[in-house]
Design a protein around this ligand. Structure first.
Ligand code: SF4
Length: 374
């Protein structure tokens, strides 16, 4: 099989390794570009969300490169992600393509279906081999998360703008080509060394912002217009509500989602609304309680779960005293406009922090504790 799959941040490297080690040929997707998006948007329903359009564009590029199979994950719950596979299939069939589609549902939702599809992709590898393959993939996933967290810590304090991103890219490339467990461990060491070699201001006290919202736009930098890097280079330490390892644990293996956020969201939004909408509500509360200066919500245009969550943001922002900026993203969203909005948001957070420090000085109260572990 020649397999194409969606490009979703660093997960792409792990997917490539998994497919290769199962004896199949990955048609590794390039990071999406404006062209990928335009291609996907041209053949998608107008009001489809941006992840749908980007995935379709990526599949079309992969099919042109010779892919004969499309592998992806299906969502569950009341959101269109559960219909992605079928709609993509119909669009591609209408265009004259006839690839094999393998869409995985979370194993606990449809265990037999999952095992059957895994059996198809794993080819002649034994189930024992598969356990070892998954172990290696998990080691890479964890190393990539560790690298991202360190980059998010260093970037706002770097002395030379862009050094962190360059070091991160070099480190990620080491991990991309590493295969066995010891190779992955060595690549992880070398990658962390690259980042630890960046000169940064150890006295700096950057703003802290939590990034919340839909998974694809959180994890794929092209889809979010590089919001994480942009904020970092504006002097902001970011944390996303979703990382690869936490997503795998909460949404793939368990399917219950991040229960910490869901519990906090319940008084405001008691039912599941699909995607990460309920989590977005709880995450605002979580970030406010751990001393963050603000929250950026990333929402694909027409994404119902994030639209519902957004309707609660003004209330949560007032009640928990934390500024929230919502960015709705589609193919018309430009990077300059987004950058201007982020700059204004950073100014607002700085002024707010200054005012709160003055008030704390006057009243003699200590400041809120800060946590970077969220
Ligand atoms: S959560 Fe939103 S963006 Fe993601 S698939 Fe569902 S509707 Fe689309």
């Amino acid at each position: 099989m020649k397999i194409i799959y969606p490009h979703m941040g660093t997960l792409t490297m792990v997917a490539e390794q998994l497919i290769e080690e199962m004896g199949q040929e990955p048609v590794t997707p390039d990071r999406p570009t404006r062209q990928t998006l335009a291609l996907g948007a041209r053949y998608s329903p107008e009001f489809a969300c941006i992840p749908f359009k980007l995935c379709l564009g990526t599949y079309l590029e992969g099919l042109e490169k010779g892919a004969d199979t499309i592998v992806s994950g299906g969502g569950y719950g009341p959101c269109r992600a559960g219909l992605y596979g079928e709609i993509h299939r119909r669009i591609l069939n209408d265009m004259g393509y006839d690839p094999e589609f393998i869409f995985f549902w979370p194993p606990l939702k449809k265990p037999f279906d999952f095992v059957k599809k895994l059996g198809r992709v794993k080819g002649s590898s034994s189930w024992l081999d598969l356990v070892k393959i998954i172990r290696r993939a998990w080691a890479k996933l964890a190393a990539l998360d560790e690298l991202e967290l360190l980059a998010q810590d260093i970037r706002p304090c770097e002395l030379q703008k862009g050094d962190t991103s360059r070091a991160f890219n070099r480190g990620a490339a080491y991990l991309a080509s590493a295969r066995g467990l010891s190779e992955i461990a060595e690549a992880r060491e070398a990658a962390l060394q690259e980042l630890n070699g960046v000169s940064w201001d150890r006295e700096a006290d950057p703003l802290r912002v939590g990034i919340i919202g839909e998974i694809y736009v959180q994890l794929e930098p092209f889809a979010n217009l590089y919001v994480e890097e942009t904020l970092g280079e504006m002097g902001v330490r970011v944390r996303r509500s979703i990382y690869l390892t936490s997503y795998t644990k909460h949404d793939v293996i368990s399917t219950k989602g991040d229960l910490r956020s869901k519990k906090l969201a319940r008084p405001y939004l008691p039912q599941l609304i699909g995607g990460h909408g309920q989590n977005s509500v709880g995450d605002v509360i979580r970030y406010s309680r751990t001393g963050y200066d603000g929250v950026v919500q990333l929402a694909p245009f027409t994404c119902i779960p994030e639209i519902v969550a957004k309707s609660l943001m003004p209330h949560l922002s007032r009640e928990y005293n934390i500024p929230v900026l919502t960015l709705f993203i589609d193919e018309q969203t430009g990077s300059t406009g987004t950058e201007t909005r982020l700059e204004a948001f950073v100014d607002l957070m700085l002024q707010r922090r200054e005012r709160e420090r003055e008030l704390a000085d006057q009243s003699g109260k200590p400041e809120l504790p800060c946590s970077l572990t969220g």
